[in-house]
Design a protein around this ligand. Sequence first.
Ligand SMILES: C[S@@+](CC[C@H](N)C(=O)[O-])C[C@H]1O[C@@H](n2cnc3c(N)ncnc32)[C@H](O)[C@@H]1O
Length: 277
Amino acid sequence: MTFRDQASPHPSPYAMGYSKEFLGLLARRNAETVAVHLLPHLRPGMKVLDCGCGPGTISVGLAKAVAPGDLHGVDIEASQIAMAQAAAQAGGHGNARFQVSDATNLPFADNTFDVVHCHAVLMHVLNLDQVLAEVKRVLKPDGLLSARESVLEAYVFEPDPQGLLKQTTDTFAKLLTTNGGHPHLGKALKSVLLEAGFRTVRATASFEPFSKEEDRIFLQGFIRNWFFAPKMKDPTIQYGLATENDFAAWGEALDAWRADPGGFAAFAWGEVIAHQA
Ligand SMILES: C[S@@+](CC[C@H](N)C(=O)[O-])C[C@H]1O[C@@H](n2cnc3c(N)ncnc32)[C@H](O)[C@@H]1O
């Protein structure tokens, strides 16, 4: 049994959940900040799929960039599709439509899309090969895959005098691996996609910084209220990856980091633009 079995009622291995704390992290994203590698490739009239679109905060920016073309968003979770639909409606993006679907079995004909975009999705799927085969199938012959995934081993916390914050992210990475995920996929996207048959792959990397006081407060609250909450903490302890004492020590280190005016952290990401053929 993996922790998804007890954590999620969904058929997918995705176990980050849909709590308000986790959605708070997603709400900070938009196409202008997290699809920088993709936006120069988008043109009005294109047909784009946002695969694993979540609450649609990125999708609406992609819809704007390709209008009057079409933006389709799919996600395995109905509540996320409802949020994405509401975001598109609120923003007046009449060219965006969303539906519940599993990325391993996309409800689109072959050769449908100019671009398929995946943000923080491939790192969570068990059957990466199957998802990439589906992406290739629905892409037009000259289509592009855009992906951006975490490199958890390169996350930065400063100061971290005893390495406790590094230990926190390393432990979270182990939990993701236990669940069948790929916590460092961002650094391997280029080789994985070449192996999957994409012709050329342009790989870049970026950091998501947490420096301003409001960002440090957000990150400390996010880790405490999400990763330290029972849904994530219990399986971490149950699988022998950490103890209650570890969590207590990490919490103290996190609070000290937040209170330090010199505190800085950054999430590391790898991103790619891959040509289908
Ligand atoms: C970390 S969230 C990222 C959401 C969005 N792309 C973003 O970055 O804001 C991952 C999303 O992928 C969805 N997901 C996970 N596995 C999936 C699958 N097999 N098919 C479709 N969606 C999936 C989850 O429901 C979740 O909404």
